[in-house]
Write a protein that binds this ligand. Structure first.
Ligand code: PMT
Length: 405
């Protein structure tokens, strides 16, 4: 179950060509069962219809400060008090300027004046407006008051030019909102390192030995830790996934590079979670040029790679967690890994089960704890598995008094 479930989010939508993307933001939040109410400016209505948002949220969309409904005109205060979190996406230079200067001349700007909840905004505008000194100084003022700014992307803009100012991807905005809206941030102040994805060991400049890991499980862990307030470093092998919002990502390719990146970031971590499918062997030599198929058969001599988890275990962080991807004798192998590598928890993955293991969006795992308690979890999304693992991390850190009980 998503930790966004039941969280009350007010989403402000302002008049930008990218306003249509706000529908994707709403969908992402509603998919995670957040209770979303949309406040649109009149200008936003020139780009996207209120019906889109009311259909997606199940709530009427608020536009007018003084609607002709016989109400007391207190909707701005009611909405601001109702919200656990407020986000504005897209946020124009106009709403940014109004917020920075305390102006309220329509419903959204007065909601923001009355708002005491955590707030983020995702600017979108032409790059010339984005680099305008007044816009940047308004953003600095807002940041200094604790407003979280989701930086726009570089890319193709509405007028066909390229530059900074494109609205951040809807999934990134959802992630930023989820971080702000988390109910208790029980990993605040903690540093968590996660490894994810496969490694690729080169045979020659065009061929490599790799495996089927997509990185989805490890990325879900990094996202879950970030949502709960941790400062997260993700060491990722080659994947096609977008870097998770608010996570420091180090991209690596080989087992050797992954080892170096994990060990270089090891200092100061409160929890290390190795979900990567690291190659156990790599070709002993790499041909400098593409190998030609002149022979009938080819024998590759493989060399053992370093066991990263074992190296981290030699100088243990307060919490150390490994994964075990198995096809047979899984529980026994996983229990052996827990003992051999002095782990707090092994997440055992029978990668032959339907809906589990590599590439899928779901997983079926058994948590094997150091004290012998084992718990088989039913099929669920990798995000939910990640949250269960983070429950364990938070409990272990509390027991070890790394975070307050
Ligand atoms: O990426 P996805 O498509 O979402 O798939 C998810 C997953 C199946 C890759 C993931 O859930 C998983 O099970 N990851 C561990 C895969 C694995 O390599 O398991 P293992 O039993 O070979 O290794 C045991 C542990 O030692 C793992 O924590 C691994 O990261 C670590 N290890 C392994 C080899 C090595 N040289 N160094 C290591 O640190």
């Amino acid at each position: 179950m998503s930790r966004l479930k039941g969280r009350r989010i007010v989403l402000g939508v302002t008049g930008s060509i990218s306003a249509y993307k706000a529908a994707e933001v709403v969908r992402g939040l509603v998919r995670e069962q957040a209770d979303v109410r949309v406040v649109m400016t009149r200008e936003a209505g020139a780009f996207v219809g209120a019906v889109t948002f009311s259909a997606l949220t199940g709530h009427p969309v608020a536009v007018e400060q003084f609607p002709d409904t016989g109400m007391a005109g207190e909707e701005h205060v009611d909405l601001a008090a109702w919200a656990d979190t407020v986000a504005i996406a897209p946020a124009t230079a106009n709403i940014i300027g109004k917020m920075a200067n305390g102006l309220g001349d329509d419903l959204l700007s007065t909601v923001m004046l009355a708002c005491e909840a955590p707030c983020c905004l995702a600017p979108a505008m032409n790059f010339r407006m984005w680099r305008n000194e007044a816009v940047q100084s308004n953003l600095d003022r807002l940041r200094s008051r604790g407003v979280h700014v989701i930086d726009p992307e570089f890319g193709l803009l509405a007028n066909g030019e390229e530059g900074d100012g494109r609205l951040a991807a809807p999934e990134q905005i959802v992630e930023a909102v989820a971080i702000l809206a988390d109910p208790d941030h029980d990993l605040a102040g903690c540093n968590v390192l996660v490894s994810a994805g496969p490694t690729a060991e080169d045979i020659d400049p065009v061929r490599c030995v790799t495996n089927r890991s997509s990185g989805k499980m490890g990325y879900a862990l990094a996202r879950a830790a970030a949502r709960r307030g941790a400062s997260v470093t993700l060491v990722a092998g080659p994947t096609s996934l977008q870097d998770p919002y608010g996570v420091a990502v180090e991209h690596v390719r080989t087992a050797g590079e992954m080892r170096d990146a994990v060990l270089a970031n090891r200092e100061g971590q409160h929890a290390v979670i190795m979900a990567a499918a690291v190659a156990d062997y790599r070709p002993g030599t790499q041909a400098p040029r593409k190998m030609k198929k002149t022979q009938e058969s080819l024998t590759l001599e493989m060399t053992r790679t370093a066991d990263i988890l074992a190296e981290v275990a030699a100088d243990r962080p307060p919490v150390l967690i490994g994964f075990a991807a198995e096809t047979h004798d899984g529980l026994d192998n996983a229990r052996r890994k827990l003992a051999d590598k002095d782990l707090d928890l092994v997440v055992y993955n029978d990668v032959t089960a339907d809906g589990a293991g590599f590439e899928t969006d779901t997983n079926i795992v058994t948590l094997i704890r150091r004290d012998g308690r084992e718990e088989s979890l039913p099929l669920q999304s990798k995000s939910d598995v990640a949250d269960r693992v983070m429950d364990e991390v938070a409990a272990l850190l509390r027991n070890r008094e790394v975070v307050p009980a």
